[in-house]
Design a protein around this ligand. Structure first.
Ligand code: ATP
Length: 234
């Protein structure tokens, strides 16, 4: 569905990605793990056209994305929920969700999507009038994901959704990601929390200083000695 083929990305002299290839297929959660500065965010930004790809190709459902503008890529159904839960803190939960649907003029679709998101995250329904900034960290992350889902994506890219959350909220996010997959939306999950992401993913790639060094199923990665030492603290 999403295919990254041998991409290279540089920021001036810094080579952020070198010959990175990865795939996300239907019904998959694919984890991308790696340390700070490995190039995880750059990979996601490349997919949605926020950084310029020097060479290689990125296709989604067979369409080339590398020369497309970000708004066009979003219209193709690719949605990035960036790191840092950038919700609108003075807007209510409902207004935040509305912002996620701004590309769509279809009111009926909005109501349908909103109901779907409230089904998925009942706490957001309970708090729909509450200001985003007053939600807990985990709830804000749900809202950020919910806002992304309002655009009716065909694939969701999540950047560090568990960052800064308590263990309990990390668990909430993990369950959320699984729910999204069950709704039929594949997920490319970028995480430093390898334990969480390898636990829920179907397949994973390990990125080290801009290159994919190993890949396999979540189970294989959890049993891989190097991964255990470097990313799981075992
Ligand atoms: P983290 O987990 O810390 O967010 P990451 O794996 O997402 O890290 P990236 O943010 O993709 O890593 O960064 C990859 C490399 O590119 C790093 O060396 C980083 O310093 C560099 N880099 C990222 N953005 C820029 C930029 N705008 N200008 C210059 N260098 C950048």
């Amino acid at each position: 569905m999403l295919k990254i083929d041998n991409i290279n990305v540089s920021y001036g002299q810094i080579r952020a990605l070198q010959n990175v290839s990865l795939e996300v297929n239907e019904n998959e959660i694919v984890a991308l793990i790696g340390n700070n500065g490995a190039g995880k965010s750059t990979t996601q930004k490349s997919i949605v056209g926020l950084v310029c790809v020097n060479s290689g190709s990125i296709t989604f459902q067979g369409k080339e994305l590398t020369q497309m503008k970000t708004n066009k890529i979003v219209k193709e159904g690719v949605c990035l929920v960036p790191e840092g839960r950038r919700i609108f803190s003075t807007m209510t939960v409902r207004e935040n969700l509305e912002m996620g649907a701004y590309l769509s003029k279809d009111k009926a679709r909005f109501a349908e999507n909103e109901a779907r998101i409230y089904d998925m995250f009942p706490i957001l329904k309970e708090r729909y009038k509450q200001q985003g900034g007053t939600l807990s960290g985990g709830q804000q992350q749900m809202l950020a994901i919910g806002r992304g889902l309002m655009s009716n994506p065909k694939i969701l890219l999540l950047d560090e959704p568990s960052l800064g959350l308590s263990p309990m909220n990390v668990e909430v996010v993990a369950k959320t990601v699984v729910k999204i997959k069950e709704e039929g939306i594949p997920v490319l999950l970028v995480e430093q929390n390898a334990m969480m992401s390898l636990g829920i993913c179907d397949r994973a790639y390990v990125l080290e200083t801009g290159s994919i060094i190993t890949q396999g199923t979540g189970k294989e990665m959890l049993e891989n000695e190097e991964v255990k030492k470097a990313y799981l603290g075992l």
